[in-house]
Design a protein around this ligand. Structure first.
Ligand code: AMP
Length: 379
């Protein structure tokens, strides 16, 4: 177990200047010729912290990355729309321009990091979802001024830590998504910690191939066949027993109207699996219903296409219906659970896609280590 993160509880804030690193990398869309924030969830989630700091007499300045301008000033990546929404929700908090306009941010440049905290008394990291990146605004401030973890970041870390350290059992992990290469690390770790690891989505076909099953033209990564075969030798991994999908070349995702086909264990040549089938849904739902702790990361199929959302929706409903402690981590499973209106039926929705994966896999993140090792609470 790692040391606790420093807190700001005992800081004397009256008259002090506080820099808060947030993740306001929110979706935007053009409305009447200018970009507007279309989902202000991340901004609203940070309001309690801002309000607390302001109420204690601090001057609050926030900073965030926004899109991928790659170290250059690119107008469409200006934080202006976020700034406007923030001003409506919480007047009195300033927002710095996109950190990634400066190449020093992603290069973790100490000079850029130092320039950020100039004139500030304190730094708070409230950006769990950015804390897996060793970028200047995450790494450098804690080395220079008293620094602490924000309440949402604390909550994310506490939730994921308790799930990994002392889960109520049976602990069932559900891992999905496109690429086996991205998720193999977490499957390995979870097959140590969890009682069962359900594998679905595009990544499952490489596991299926290890069992001598045919997978047609479904997603497959030969370089991971051996590792997947080793993992299958344990008794933890549960893979799909049937599939739904389309002929190769039939459009899907953004459109298409070809009827979806269904197969048992084997997918014939010329076809690709894009969702799990009903037998798999029945098996997975039963395992989920019997769980006391659930961690779900990644969709069971191409859920963006309504023809191929059957398995992901069924898993979302099974997780929502269960009485288990349920933690949803990862952008796609979060948008799925929100899309079906089920976010209030689960215990915790993690905001950090890549960060929660990395935390589960490695047990820590660079940004959290920086807070622990940094200047910490003022003496
Ligand atoms: P990831 O970013 O790895 O979590 O993967 C999420 C993406 O995987 C989603 O956009 C899904 O459409 C896609 N996906 C899930 N299952 C499949 C599949 N069987 N074949 C192709 N793509 C898939």
């Amino acid at each position: 177990m790692t040391a606790p993160l420093p807190s700001y509880d005992r800081w004397e804030l009256a008259g002090k200047r506080v820099l808060v690193r947030v993740d306001f990398n929110t979706p935007v869309a053009e409305v009447d010729g200018r970009l507007e924030v279309t989902d202000d969830f991340r901004i609203r989630a940070t309001l309690p912290l801002f309000e607390e700091l302001l109420a204690k007499g601090a001057t609050v300045v926030a900073c965030t990355h926004f899109g991928r301008p790659k170290g250059q000033v690119v107008e469409k990546y200006s934080v202006a729309p976020v700034r406007r929404r923030l001003a409506e929700l919480c007047p009195g908090v300033e927002l710095l321009e996109n950190l990634r306009f400066n190449p020093g941010e992603e290069a973790n440049d100490p000079v850029f990091g130092a320039s950020l905290v100039e004139g500030f008394d304190y730094y708070i990291n409230e950006a769990f979802s950015a804390s897996h990146r060793a970028h200047a605004s995450i790494m450098i401030p804690p080395t220079l001024i008293p620094s602490a973890a924000g309440p949402n970041l604390q909550r994310e870390v506490a939730t994921l830590s308790s799930l990994l350290e002392d889960p109520a059992r049976p602990f069932v992990a559900i891992v999905g998504g496109a690429k086996v290469k991205d998720k193999l690390g977490i499957v390995k770790v979870l097959s140590q910690k969890a009682d069962q690891v359900i594998v679905g989505g595009g990544m499952a076909y490489t596991f299926e191939a290890t069992q001598g099953r045919t997978i047609g033209s479904s997603l497959f990564d030969a370089s991971y066949l051996e590792v997947c075969a080793e993992l299958m030798e344990g008794d933890k991994i549960v893979i799909p027993s049937d599939a739904r999908g389309l002929p190769v070349g039939a459009p899907f995702g953004a459109g298409g109207d070809e009827a979806v086909l269904e197969w048992g264990e084997d997918i014939p040549d010329g076809f690709q699996g894009l969702d799990i089938g009903p037998a798999t849904v029945a098996t997975f739902s039963q395992i989920i219903a019997d769980a006391a702790t659930i961690l779900w990361n990644g969709p069971m199929g191409v859920f963006e296409d309504p023809r191929l959302s059957y398995g992901t929706e069924a898993v979302a409903r099974a997780v929502a219906a269960s009485n288990a402690v349920s933690v949803i981590g990862g952008g796609d499973s979060v948008s799925a659970i929100q899309g079906y209106g089920l976010e209030d039926e689960v215990s915790f929705v993690s905001t950090g896609g890549g960060a929660s994966l990395e935390f589960v896999e490695l047990g820590d993140l660079p940004g959290l280590a920086a807070l622990r090792e940094g200047a910490g609470s003022p003496s």
